[in-house]
Design a protein around this ligand. Sequence first.
Ligand code: ACO
Length: 388
Amino acid sequence: MSNTEAAKPAPSKGGGLAGMVVADSSISFVDGAAGILEYRGYDIRELAAHSHFEEVAYLLWNGHLPSAKELQEMKAQARACLFLPPEIIAALRNLPKGAEPMSVMRSAVSMLAHYDPESEDSTPVAHQHKACRLLGQISGVLAAFERIRKGAEPVKPRMDLDHAANFLWMLSGEAPDPLAAKALDQYLLLLAEHELNASTFSARVTASTGSDLHSAITSAVGTLKGPLHGAAVQEAMEQFLEIGTIDNVGPWFTQVRAAGRRVMGMGHRVYKVRDPRAAPLMANVEKMVEATGERGWFDIARKLEAIAMQEPYFRERNLSANVDFYSAPLLYSLGIPVDTFTCVFTMSRIAGWTAHVYEQQANNRLIRPLANYVGLHQVPYVPIEQRR
Ligand code: ACO
């Protein structure tokens, strides 16, 4: 073999790091074959039935459910952080018209570091404060951005409302409907954490270099933005809108299969059965659509899932509904603009990301894997005037 021939590597067994264990973690457990998800040992279905988002955030951060006093303190701190530094509101006003919402979130998290008195303090206490602040600030940023781009003034948060209800209040300036607030709270709870998904892994990689929390979360937000990960929820809704009517589900599916397009909101790297979060999400969206009388998008989703599950292609590849499939009609039924669905996902996953950054830093080793090199070797340098 000449030295400029391509090396003949052993076939890569780790494409996309599938199936590889890269960290010890006690934050969440996923059994993809059995369809089980636990946060700190608690089954997600149990938590969805009895808990709420802020309590779950506390659980993820601390490893135990809070006492009444601990929960009250944590809520007070996060609510105070819904009030954003005026410089952040000013920056949101100065963004270009039509700024892409997830890019706004990414920039905002990065900017928030400049106004955080503990941004470069990596002690456990400072981490706890910053995580709690980010949890509050991210929803404040999203609500303020959405108001500003509509030409409205940001709405001040209320200290008497829980996280989900406060977000709906800041978004609309109207007292939130309890059913809608509960449905959003459940959504935030169900998506708060999911082991080493791509964005959490990004956060841990950044944290493993010894960098700060805001940098790690900025990496995570940028990673969540991709359509194979967090933006699948927006694309799932866009596909339901494209289908348009219940009668068009079958013809649309035939066309999409013929074109080799993916059905968004289906398939998962880890789950080989239906995502355990899909059923509680589906139950919530059903309650919402019963209340609003607008079943359309939910019925389209259900029919699409039923048709896909009949198809050998989907069965052979274990492609089932993932968390995004029913999140899409749920968020739509809450009146949240489709292009901000992934930002709402950010409001939830901030709880898991910050827990992982803390875990990484508490027992750190730089994350630095290897590549299977498939390129050339020892290529002689050609001066520029001799190149074609
Ligand atoms: N629709 C149609 N075919 C699919 C889909 C889909 N949604 N997902 C995977 N496939 C097919 C692939 O074409 C491939 O077929 P092949 O074996 O004939 O080549 C096979 O299933 C395996 O697909 P991969 O992309 O290799 O599987 P991977 O584990 O890398 O991908 C992923 C998982 C990215 C989630 C994929 O299923 C997908 O793209 N789904 C749609 C996007 C989506 O919903 N993402 C959200 C995931 S959940 C989350 O991140 C919060």
